[in-house]
Write a protein that binds this ligand. Structure first.
Ligand code: ATR
Length: 277
């Protein structure tokens, strides 16, 4: 980008119309009075390799990446951060002035910052975590929990083999628990995270018995539609400290926005309200 051009960024997906990212970035651009635009970009999988490098020519300084492109962009990017490599997917791209595409993954960062902002006295080293699910979101959660020093992560997934694969990738701090046994280990957990789609509007409810949840434990659902899932409602009733999934979406957007538009945005109630509208 030459310095007099208005920077463009966007979210690349297929489909992409449902993405909340344009609301988030659009709100911050207005709030800080910055020049720039953030748009949804629908690119079909077979066209990604061809179109991605051309976005920079059109004035794009970067982009977020969502389903189904988060793994594929790793093959197209020229530079990949360690955390994106570890997670095996990228969600944030920077189109550098030298033409190279830089790929990062800020999902784990967003996940951690969301808990830290909601529960400022959270001590990740205090005890074990239970994580439900072994998809892409779970990889980002595991990588970041290990990074901040959670001593043990009990990972449970309907399809056990996917959890076993994550244990191979992330090592001895991850212990695989049978899906049907998950309720029995909840009493050990200081932190419980749902990374599955269970409880999302239009999806089945989470059926794991929750009566083992420890009062005072932190319970985070990555599902944000609805904002208050049954998991969070039950956890709150049991005296747990709950963290909803919208904050992760907001916090993961911070590094990209700062890089593209030159201002580090603040995650507060106003941006939450703007996204929920
Ligand atoms: P994401 O990238 O968002 O994590 P994903 O890779 O499709 O998405 O993973 C979805 C997660 O939700 C998986 O852990 C999946 O379990 P399986 O690996 O057994 O498919 C979990 N999930 C989805 N529907 C589920 C259901 N009805 N019961 C239990 N787990 C479910």
């Amino acid at each position: 980008m030459s310095d007099n051009k208005i920077p463009l960024a966007g979210v690349i997906g297929h489909p992409v119309a449902h993405s909340k990212s344009p609301n988030v970035h659009g709100y911050w651009l207005r709030k800080y009075g910055l020049k720039g635009h953030y748009v949804p970009i629908d690119i079909a999988p077979e066209k990604l390799a061809d179109l991605l490098p051309r976005l920079a020519d059109l004035g794009f300084v970067g982009a977020n990446v969502t389903i189904p492109h988060k793994e594929k962009v790793m093959e197209i990017a020229d530079l990949i951060t360690d955390r994106a490599t570890l997670i095996g997917a990228a969600n944030t791209l920077i189109f550098r002035k030298d033409g190279r595409i830089h790929a990062d993954n800020t999902d784990g960062y967003g996940f951690i910052e969301n808990i830290r902002q909601t529960i400022p006295d959270w001590n990740p080293k205090s005890g074990p975590a239970v994580v439900f699910g072994a998809g892409g979101a779970s990889r980002a959660v595991l990588a970041s929990l290990i990074d901040v020093g959670v001593p043990k992560i009990m990972l449970t997934n309907r399809t056990r083999i996917r959890a076993e694969k994550l244990r191979e990738d992330f090592g001895h701090r991850v212990q695989v628990i049978e899906w049907v046994q998950a309720g029995n280990v909840l009493e050990e957990a200081d932190l419980v995270v749902n990374t599955t789609s269970l409880g999302m509007t239009g999806k089945p409810e989470m059926r794991v018995p929750l009566d083992g949840l420890k009062p005072g434990a932190i319970v985070n659902d990555l599902v944000y539609a609805p904002l208050r899932t049954r998991l969070l409602a039950t956890a709150e009733d049991r005296g747990c400290r709950v963290v909803d999934g919208l904050g992760m979406l907001l916090h993961q957007a911070v590094p990209g926005f700062e890089r593209w538009f030159g201002k580090r945005p603040v995650v507060d109630e106003n941006v939450r309200a703007a996204v929920l509208r």
